[in-house]
Design a protein around this ligand. Structure first.
Ligand code: MSP
Length: 523
């Protein structure tokens, strides 16, 4: 049977500086989703990468005394490392300076031109290098004789000859599309922002530059390079081999199931990109999901505020699995979320160490001591046993899957935590350590039920904490080829008598540093 396809992408990151926590957050979110879908029977393609053109990159490279390409190579390597260190398993890391990508940009440009949507004119306006975007007078604030966008980036007046894309012709088409595809933009409140923006009417978009040359050349033009967003957005199809499609990936995976991006670049993905695709006669992605920003104590992280938490800081402090879990758990995906070492540490201790880790540790050590280190032989199951097993089986998978459909990772974890809570209550109530003296058969049943719950929990935790979850599965002797979600539930329950390895804790407690606690108290 051929598996259904699932294509997920992150935004491609600017190479102005090394990866920060926002980049890690997005990459982990996409990886968690990709892993879930793979385990749930999908043929997944997961794309991430770097956005390497633009005036800012060229200037930064020159300021550092480097060639732009050399500079891009160095920074792109840092992003690849960040993915590796966070255990983010992409299928491709695309870089917009690749020749194949450039050819693809020229192909989509050609299609938009054939459709009559590109014309040459002159552009004059306020341009932000930071955002690589023009702003209207009404979107700007003036301070000390300089003009700034509402996000506080400076703009400069720019005049040049430019190719334009007839975005204005797409106002009604886009509105009709949003109407017919209510799930296209998520979360829903972000859709309202986009729709009201489009309803004001769209202006044609300047899509080429002549004032610098670090970009993809416009076909048949000596002086023009493409506006960086035309180039950047095309990564989603160039990575699949558009237009030749030699490997067949474009046919197979396009349209994307979800473009996972931050809320700040919603407009580019929900307005420009669909308009370009409509113009080029290509299908539109099924969904654009805008996640929120990570903040510390309600504030944006910035070097000047001295509150930057780097991806590596988190790994050094908590470990990779714990960092992934903490970030996916702490903030509701789609909303802004506050993180601090204290918050993450508390969460990791409460849910990974005390709840899940402790459940596995106490169950497996009792099995090691009292059941000859083998999966115990269950007697007749009582109502409480059935109840817990049902909760940890298909019911858990269905609930978690439902949350994943909406990329609600924290809620998905909540479902899993509920099952672990129930199992911890069950072990306290059944008190197998007492049964050991009074009723060893019942003790074996209770420990069997718990081991089976742990197997299911290990399976479902894989997207969030891949290494630890697989260690849990090793400890209940689940074979490597019995770890996808089709093995969740009673049909694949543990076999009594299977020898188990010596149990080991998988989620150590995090010990808060004193300075961190003092800082929290004074906050
Ligand atoms: N290069 C463009 C995207 C082009 S996609 C065709 C860009 N790059 S970026 O490096 O500035 O941002 C990459 C992603 O990281 C974006 O989705 C952005 O929203 C996200 N984040 C940047 N800072 C963030 C936080 N503090 N928190 C969460 N995500 C944030 O935009």
């Amino acid at each position: 049977m051929t598996k259904p396809h699932f294509y997920i992408t992150t935004a491609i990151s600017y190479v102005n500086g090394p990866p920060h926590i926002g980049h890690a957050y997005e990459a982990i979110g996409a990886d968690v989703m990709a892993r879930f879908k793979r385990l749930d029977g999908f043929d997944v393609y997961f794309l991430t990468g770097t956005d390497e053109h633009g005036q800012k990159v060229q200037k930064t490279a020159i300021a550092k005394g480097k060639q732009p390409q050399e500079f891009c190579d160095e920074i792109a390597a840092l992003f690849i490392n960040m993915c590796e260190s966070m255990n983010v398993k992409f299928d491709q890391f695309i870089r917009t300076t690749q020749d194949s990508h450039k050819a693809s940009c020229q192909a989509i440009w050609g299609k938009m031109q054939e459709a009559g949507d590109i014309y040459l004119n002159k552009y004059a306006g306020w341009y932000s290098e930071r955002d690589e975007a023009f702003y209207g007078e009404d979107e700007l604030e003036e301070r000390d004789g300089k003009k700034y966008t509402t996000t506080n980036t400076e703009v400069h007046w720019m005049e040049e000859e430019s190719y334009f894309f007839k975005l204005s012709a797409y106002t009604d088409k886009l509105l009709a599309y949003y109407e017919e595809h209510p799930d296209f933009i998520q979360p829903a409140f972000r859709k309202n922002e986009v729709v009201s923006f489009v309803k004001q009417g769209l202006k044609d978009l300047s899509i080429s530059r002549t004032s610098f040359d670090w970009g993809v050349k416009v076909p048949n033009s000596k002086d023009h390079i493409m506006y960086v967003w035309v180039d950047a957005l095309t990564n989603y199809i160039s990575a699949l081999g558009y237009p030749e499609d030699k490997g067949g990936n474009f046919r197979k995976y396009w349209p994307a199931d979800v473009h996972l991006i931050g809320k700040d670049i919603m407009r580019f993905h929900a307005i420009y990109w669909p308009a370009f695709l409509m113009s080029a006669g290509l299908e539109l992605p099924k969904r654009v999901f805008g996640h929120g920003f990570l903040l510390t104590k309600g504030e944006k992280m910035s070097k000047s505020l001295g509150n930057v938490i780097s991806p590596q800081d988190l790994i050094d402090r908590f470990g990779v699995d714990q960092t992934r879990y903490g970030l996916m758990r702490e903030a509701t995906f789609g909303q802004d979320g506050d993180i601090s070492y204290e918050l993450l540490g508390n969460r990791i201790n409460a849910e990974l160490a005390n709840n899940l880790g402790n459940l596995a540790q106490r169950t497996l050590s009792q099995i090691a001591k009292n059941c000859d280190g083998k999966v115990p032989n269950p007697g007749i199951l009582e109502d409480a046993d059935h109840h817990l097993l049902d909760k940890a089986g298909q019911a858990m998978l269905i609930a978690v899957r439902g949350e994943f459909e909406r990329l609600q990772f924290s809620k998905a974890i909540e479902e899993i935590v509920q099952v672990a809570n129930a199992a911890n209550l069950y072990i306290d109530e059944m008190a197998p350590w007492t049964l050991k003296k009074t009723d060893t058969e019942r003790m074996a049943t209770v420990l069997y039920v718990l081991a089976e719950v742990i197997r299911n929990l290990g399976l479902i935790m894989q997207p969030f904490t891949p290494v630890a979850a697989n260690k849990i599965l090793d400890q209940v002797a689940v074979s490597p080829d019995a770890r996808d979600f089709s093995f969740i539930g009673a049909a694949h329950a543990l076999e009594a008598g299977t020898p188990l390895p010596k149990p080991e804790g998988v989620f150590p407690r995090y010990v808060h540093e004193e300075a961190e606690q003092a800082q929290e108290k004074t906050a």
